[in-house]
Write a protein that binds this ligand. Structure first.
Ligand code: SF4
Length: 467
């Protein structure tokens, strides 16, 4: 029977890194070594040039350099494992790199961005207001029963669309990153102290950054202290490195340490899980599957994926279902959520309108088992995650949706209207009809509607969509 999406099982393949001339002599043992991977991460334009040389044209390097100078909210940091999944079947060319979904979000170039509205007028650093909800430094208490512990501000890879661009990674010419003020040991002590004093919290997401960047003994000690708090029943370790640097999670000391933690968690009836972040089917390779299975064998209850919905990366029915089936069938990773990309600066070209996200949720229903059908969610500022169909109202012309909440956070302790107020979220302006775009131009006080620039914007967007 003809279906909109045709399922077929696909075997995972590790792309051959030796197709890149600079890696021609890299052995399988070196590739599998987490230290080799970390030592050979690309951290700068210069290192990218050293790796790809004239496989990529000067226009590509110039495009990337301009983006880093004028738009980027994250600095460059890409491990070889991730670079190797860009243009996986061929020697990369400029054209192929520009069209690659992983390149589009890990190495964004200036010409990727929306030329007219690179940032939405409502975009902000810390768009989810996490720091406002810190119970102690780095511990966001945004939901009644769960907290997010930002245990460190670094990752083994930096994603161009990072929601925590305010804090995570190195400063860029456009973004001077905020810094934690407490010493790491004092900050973690303060988090543990708060959780001991707050028995209403049962669920701790240990995040950052990426927990793979915390030296294992320190991570193990922190999680062991969480396990000692009787009221903590769920612990989730957040690590994109399970995909970006699976070699880290395959190290014998890390596997043995995870086994100790998982054994203790099971004995106490606590659910210890890993949450990872995979956005494209190209990222799901045999090494990633091996790392996920190693964690399950160590005894973690589950490995779940929280992807981010990104235009021209994974925003079609086939993109999402290919990724989910690869995760579920071949890597034992549960497809769990796709977040809409948040309202941070520079993200307009990645973001989708709420109605587009709703259509995608509809498009993926019924193919995967129900328990492995991801929910597409909008993280509404001051509200929290909401399924994309849960909105209370929607002005499709101006692209404004309204949402409500059913609990108070610390910032609304004395706010009588918190549970009746309608909270706003905004679609990307380029997705709006002309009337809506004109309204935003008027609102933002732009001198006049520049029809020429708008036409150029639409042409550039169409060209990008055709890439
Ligand atoms: S791994 Fe997560 S925290 Fe780190 S840069 Fe990517 S999105 Fe941000």
């Amino acid at each position: 029977m003809d279906q909109p999406y045709a399922y077929r099982r696909r075997e995972l393949v590790e792309p051959d890194w030796r197709r890149i001339p600079a890696w021609r002599d890299v052995t399988a043992a070196e590739w599998a070594d987490a230290q080799w991977q970390r030592a050979h991460c690309v951290k700068s334009l210069r290192q990218l040039r050293e790796l790809y040389g004239d496989l990529l044209g000067e226009s590509f390097y110039a495009d990337l350099e301009r983006d880093q100078a004028e738009r980027a909210t994250m600095s460059i940091l890409v491990p070889p494992q991730m670079l190797n999944t860009m243009v996986p079947d061929a020697v990369p060319t400029t054209e192929a790199m520009l069209a690659d979904p992983i390149r589009r979000y890990m190495l964004p170039v200036f010409s990727d961005r929306d030329p007219l509205w690179p940032s939405h007028p409502w975009a902000s650093r810390d768009s989810l207001h996490e720091a406002e909800m810190w119970a102690v430094e780095g511990l966001t208490h945004r939901y009644p029963t769960k907290v997010l512990a930002e245990v460190l501000p670094t990752c083994p890879q930096y994603c161009g669309h990072c929601t925590r661009m305010d804090l995570v990674g190195n400063s860029t010419p456009q973004v001077d990153k905020h810094k934690f003020t407490l010493k790491p040991v004092d900050r973690l002590d303060a988090m543990i102290d708060y959780l001991r004093r707050t028995p209403g919290v049962r669920d701790v997401v240990v995040s950052g950054g990426d927990v793979a960047n915390l030296p294992w003994p320190r991570l193990e000690a922190f999680v062991a202290r969480l396990l000692d708090i009787e009221t903590v029943r769920d612990i989730r370790l957040a690590t994109k490195a399970l995909m970006g640097l699976p070699q880290h999670w395959l190290q014998p000391d890390v596997r043995a340490g995870m086994e100790r933690l998982a054994t203790a968690a099971r004995a106490r009836g606590v659910s210890l899980a890993i949450h990872t972040h995979v956005n494209s089917v190209q990222s799901v390779t045999p090494l990633v599957a091996q790392a996920a299975r190693a964690m399950l064998e160590a005894g973690v209850r589950d490995v779940r994926n929280q992807g981010v919905l990104l235009r021209r990366v994974n925003a079609t029915q086939a993109d999402l279902l290919d990724l989910c089936f690869a995760l579920q069938d071949e890597a034992s990773i549960l497809p769990y959520y796709f977040y809409m990309c948040d309202l941070i600066p520079g993200s307009e070209h990645w973001r989708l309108a709420v109605h587009e996200a709703q259509a995608l949720q509809h498009a993926i229903m019924g193919y995967l088992p129900g328990f492995a059908t991801p929910r597409i969610v909008c993280d509404v500022p001051y509200v929290g995650k909401r399924w994309v169909h849960q909105l209370e109202g929607y002005d499709r012309v101006r692209g404004i949706s309204w949402w409500t909440k059913n609990y108070r956070t610390s910032v609304e302790r004395d706010d009588r209207d918190a549970l009746t107020r309608r909270y706003e979220y905004a679609d990307p302006i380029s997705t709006l009809p002309a009337e809506g775009q004109a309204w935003w131009i008027e609102q933002t006080g732009r001198p006049s509607y520049d029809a020429g620039a708008a036409a150029a914007s639409r042409e550039a967007a169409a060209a990008l969509a055709g890439r």
